[in-house]
Design a protein around this ligand. Structure first.
Ligand code: FES
Length: 125
């Protein structure tokens, strides 16, 4: 696999989605596309309500692949906090990969519990 360059508008990253039933799917996500949209394009329907990075319904959690440089762009989310990133939570509706990622899906309850524990907004909790 080649190493995509973020300045290349045609770059893509491989995002592996791990589902609650332990199945998984790899999707290709263009550098300028939200992960949730790319999943939808691949025929994968993930939970989502607001699609603005606010409601936490789409929450996932990064599975550490040992690459500390690996990251994602969550700057389009309406509400995303340093504590969320520190805990590995990601909101795929407004997240763009900057490397290959593995994401455990269906983490909305865990993220709401995390937010409440940190005194942060947790819609629908
Ligand atoms: S769908 Fe609401 S935060 Fe992603």
């Amino acid at each position: 696999m080649s190493t995509p360059n973020n300045s290349d508008p045609d770059a893509q990253f491989t995002v592996t989605l791990l589902f609650p039933d332990n199945s998984q799917r790899n999707i290709n996500v263009p550098v300028d596309e939200f992960i949730l949209d790319a999943a939808n394009d691949a025929g994968i329907v993930l939970p989502a309500i607001c699609r603005h990075g606010r409601c936490l319904t789409c929450a996932g959690r990064i599975v550490n692949n040992g690459d500390s440089v690996c990251d994602f762009d969550q700057s389009h989310a309406d509400a995303y906090f340093p504590a969320d990133r520190a805990a590995g939570f990601i909101l795929p509706c407004t997240a763009k990969p900057t490397c290959d990622l593995t994401i455990k899906t269906h983490q909305q309850d865990a993220m709401r519990t995390h937010r409440l524990a940190h005194g942060l907004p947790a819609p629908y909790a």
